[in-house]
Design a protein around this ligand. Structure first.
Ligand code: CP
Length: 315
């Protein structure tokens, strides 16, 4: 079946999910992002690759990192950026998602960056817009968050150089995590041989092994000898009913503390997509400690999002 993200020439038309993307495209995005790091460190942080293009940020769910770094990235590519304020938009008066999109297309939108609580929202828009318009999924329900997955694999490649022989542990609420799903697809496509998910049975999806990961319920066993630890937030807003005794109990079993981190390799890196809940999934001494690359992840996100937008625009 044809991948709806690719055009007839096999080039990226939309970025909706990492699942099913060829390895070459992932590597091209990572390499392009690396070439933009220099731009983001210059005094004049602008290139003209999206000059004259209009990028619309449509965030129907809250965001700090994704929305802001998409805006910075688009501005660094010299695009015009419009942040639709959903809370005061006509969607509060009953306008449908596709009617909103049609109206923004009538204003000559070239690219949409979409976050939505419904899985499939970005796919719906991508299947609706004209062929010259590009759609980037900035997180849909619990389905996918492809640019977060890409910035996560960019960060891992930056610190660990390549994926062969790498052990990556993803810990916590995998069940509700679009970040975990996107990262797992990225890591397995790039050939990481040992991807582990760690969490209580109630927070791991049934059949998650089919994604090519091993499953651990004991955090100490799961962390043993790993190179990368990715901590996930408990997504209380997506939970239907109580899945845990308490946040304190969760922290005792699955919170990352210095005592647990020593089980990983001595040079292990600690990642978190944010927002963090200190004292729930991660201890402050780890979040702010020498193994943490949580803030560099955010910075790399700018270059990764510049790469995605410039590739979609045909540069
Ligand atoms: N990682 C992430 O998506 O963060 P925001 O919700 O702040 O965008």
């Amino acid at each position: 079946m044809r991948n709806p993200q690719l055009n007839g020439d096999g080039k990226l038309q939309h970025l909706l999910t990492i699942e099913g993307l060829p390895r070459e495209i992932l590597v091209h995005i990572l390499d392009t992002a690396a070439s933009f790091i220099g731009v983001t460190e210059r005094e004049v942080k602008k290139v003209p690759l999206l000059r004259g293009k209009s990028v619309f940020n449509l965030f129907f769910e809250p965001s700090t990192r994704t929305r802001t770094t998409f805006e910075i990235a688009a501005k660094r590519l010299s695009a015009d950026v419009i942040n639709l304020n959903i809370t005061v938009s006509s969607s509060t008066k009953g306008e449908t998602l596709l009617d909103t999109v049609d109206n923004l297309c009538a204003m000559h939108a070239d690219m949409f960056v979409v976050r939505h609580s419904s899985s499939g929202a970005a796919h719906l828009i991508a299947s609706h817009v004209a062929p010259h318009v590009h759609v980037i999924n900035a997180g849909d329900g619990r389905h996918a968050h492809p640019t977060q997955g890409l910035l996560d694999i960019y960060t891992i490649r930056h610190y660990k150089k390549d994926f062969t022989g790498l052990s990556v542990a993803i810990v916590g609420d995998v069940l509700h995590s679009r970040v975990a799903r996107s990262l797992i697809h990225g890591l397995t496509t790039l050939g990481a041989p040992d991807v582990r998910v760690i969490g209580p049975r109630t927070l791991l999806p049934t059949g998650v092994e089919q994604l090519g990961v091993s499953v651990h319920h004991d955090m100490r066993e799961g962390l043993a000898g790993c190179d990368v630890v990715v901590m996930l937030r408990l997504q209380n807003e997506r939970m239907k009913g109580p899945l845990l005794p308490s946040a304190q109990e969760f922290f005792k079993s699955y919170g990352l503390t210095p005592q647990k981190l020593v089980l990983a390799k001595p040079d292990a890196i600690v990642m978190h997509p944010g927002p963090m809940n200190r004292g729930v999934e991660i201890d402050s001494s780890v979040a702010d400690g020498p193994h943490s690359v949580i803030l560099p992840q955010v910075t790399f996100g700018i270059a990764v999002r510049m790469a995605v937008m410039s590739i979609l625009a045909g540069n």
